[in-house]
Structure formats: C-alpha cells, structure tokens
Design a protein around this ligand. Structure first.
Ligand code: FES
Length: 354
C-alpha cells in the first residue's frame, strides 16, 4: 500500500496519496480553490493561474492544480497575497475579452462571471482593446465567439484527450494566441464531428449551443436526466427543458458509465425532433396516391392483410424486416421472433449493421 503523505491546508491536518495535487486534496476535504482551466481526467496545464496558493518556503505562489503534495507541506489557500494574485488574473481575463454579460448566452452559468463575483471585483483596472474576431456562425449547432475565449484550453484537451477527435489546438502566439481547428478554418470545414464536448466544457461564452440561444436563461432551465434513445449504448444525458420544450442537451461527468459525460452528435444535437411540427403523430396510409391519417386499429388490420396476401402470393421469403437501434433489446428480440415465427422468414436485419 502507498505510504500516506501528511500535509496541512489552511491549518487543517490532512492525509493524501502520493501523486495527488494540492487541488485534488483540497477538493476532497471540502476546501474550495477556484479554477478555470482545470478539467478532471485531462493533463493539468496550469494555464489560468486562478488556482494559485501559497506554500511555505516556496519561492513564489504555485498553481495548486499542477503541484503534487509532499510530506509536511504547509499550504494556504486564501492569504492576502493569494487573493491579490487571483484578482489580478481575473481582472486581466475580464478586460481582455468582450465579456458583456447582458447579451451573453452564458450569463448565469459562466465561471468567469462567478469568479468576478466571488472575488468582489467591481470593475477591472485595465482597459484592453477587444480582439475583434468575427463571430463564427457558419454551422447550425455551435456558435464560436473567440472574443470571449480565455484560452483555458479545456476545449482543446477534451477534444484531444477525451473524445480523441484531435480537431482543436492553439495557434499563434502571445496576445494573438487563439484556439480552433487546423489552418484557422471554421468548425464546419474542419474534421469536427460536432460531439459538442468543447461547448460543454467552455467556462465562458466563447462556445455556445446555437439552437439554445435565446431559448431560456440557465436558471429557467430544468435538467432532466435521461438515457439517449439513439442507440443501444445507453448514454446518460440531461435534457434542458424550458416551458415544456427541450432547449439543449448537456451531460454530467458524475453520471460515470457508460459515457462518462460525453455524447455523440446525434445525442447532443438530434433532439429537436421532439418538438418538430413535421413529427408524425398518427399512422398514415397511402390511398389514391396520397398519405392519409388513419387510426392504429385500421393500420394494424391493413398491415396484417398486406402481409398475409404477400406471403400467400409470393411466399414468406418475399418479406424482409429491418429493425432499429432505437428499440430496446426486448423489442428487437420480439421483432425477430415475429419475423421468424409468424411471417416464417429469416430475412431480418438491423440498422446498426448498415
Ligand atoms: Fe490551475 Fe488554471 S486551474 S492554473
């Protein structure tokens, strides 16, 4: 068994495992250290410096997300020096982008906004010109506003290290640094598969779900956990509902298996069929070349008659059945049973094989 490490954080004597960071140990013990670039399960990059703490005998403040604990370490998370450094970082981030909360879709769900409030910053001391990027609005799913990007790199890491699509990375240097697909293309012209993980992790309003814009403020949305209906994996997700309508789909890493907070583009962006005016609500039977609404009784009788007459005329193998990944295992089992035992054919297939 690993030998435990003893340390003190804010006067609390604690025990930790070798390799744990100060941030992890603090979090496990209910000590709050704010973060902006930390994302569990990805490389700790120490990009934002919001998580700085004071460590006794250390030359400078250290980023708690990157600093492993050591025997006898004395850590202070909220000294005047720490708070001044955090404030400075947040003021710089606030001043160097277009963080206009009034028109921002993330208002009320923005980690930078929360930090400004938590640190009691009335107004940033700096006056920095907006980067002046054009808002990317060339696809129907994700809106990208680099003027709000704080370069935390969470989107880059979730794309490369968790989803492994390897679409996003940093380009340029210094104040021109930015995040995006290769060759500075729009998402739609890149290899992006629109899983939406980058939007989920963006702490500010740089990446937002386009379909959800102006459909409800974060505090108006009710999150309902459900299982994605698209395939048999059983991914867990949250439907964000406003006034009875699904506005967007988000995930929660605490749901753990099977998807651990990740989704594919169907689960993420394919839920607008629920409220679509084109959605079929009754069966339709083609009569005189036109599809006409019919009752379920009428429809089942029609199907049974057609199956019986086709089978009588051409034999059971003239009929084939294609089932759906959106059905449950039990439904798919019943379907193949029906085809084999009732219709009398082995012509059964499933859309997941296509
Ligand atoms: Fe530690 Fe950003 S959370 S540097």
């Amino acid at each position: 068994m690993d030998q435990k490490i003893s340390l003190t954080i804010d006067g609390k004597k604690l025990e930790a495992s070798p390799g744990q960071t100060i941030l992890e140990v603090a979090g496990e013990n209910g000590i709050h250290i704010p973060t902006l670039c930390y994302y569990k399960g990805t490389t700790n990059v120490g990009a934002c410096r919001v998580c700085v703490v004071e460590v006794e005998n250390a030359r400078s403040l250290v980023a708690s997300c990157c600093m492993p604990v050591s025997q006898g370490m004395m850590v202070m998370t909220n000294t005047e020096r720490v708070m001044n450094a955090r404030k400075l970082v947040v003021e710089l981030l606030w001043s160097s982008g277009d963080h206009n909360c009034l028109q921002c879709e993330k208002n009320g769900d923005c980690e930078l906004q929360d930090l400004v409030y938590e640190l009691g910053i009335e107004k940033p001391r700096f006056d920095i010109d907006s980067p002046g990027y054009e808002i990317e609005d060339t696809n129907s799913m994700i809106q990208r506003d680099l003027n709000k990007c704080i370069l935390c790199g969470k989107c880059v890491r979730v794309c490369n290290e968790i989803q492994v699509h390897e679409v996003l990375d940093f380009s340029m240097r210094g104040s021109n640094a930015k995040v995006g697909p290769a060759f500075d293309t729009d998402y739609i012209d890149s290899e992006c598969v629109f899983c939406g993980a980058c939007v989920d992790v963006c702490p500010v309003g740089a990446l937002t779900f386009k379909q959800a814009r102006f459909q409800g403020r974060p505090w108006e949305l009710e999150k309902v956990r459900t299982t994605c209906p698209y395939c048999g994996v059983g991914c867990q997700m949250d439907l964000n509902i406003n006034d009875g309508k699904v506005v967007k789909v988000t995930t929660n890493r605490d749901y753990d298996k099977p998807n651990q907070g990740m989704l594919c583009s169907k689960g993420r962006f394919g839920m607008n069929f629920i409220d679509s005016p084109d959605r079929l609500k009754t069966p339709l039977i083609r009569r005189d070349g036109e599809l006409k609404e019919a009752s379920w009784e009428e429809t089942y009788s029609y199907i049974a008659e057609k199956f019986a007459s086709i089978k009588k005329k051409n034999g059971p193998d003239s009929i084939a059945g294609l089932s759906s990944a959106r059905c449950t295992n039990e439904e798919n089992y019943l379907f193949q049973k029906f085809m084999r035992a009732v219709i009398g054919t082995n012509n059964v297939d499933h859309c997941a094989r296509l």
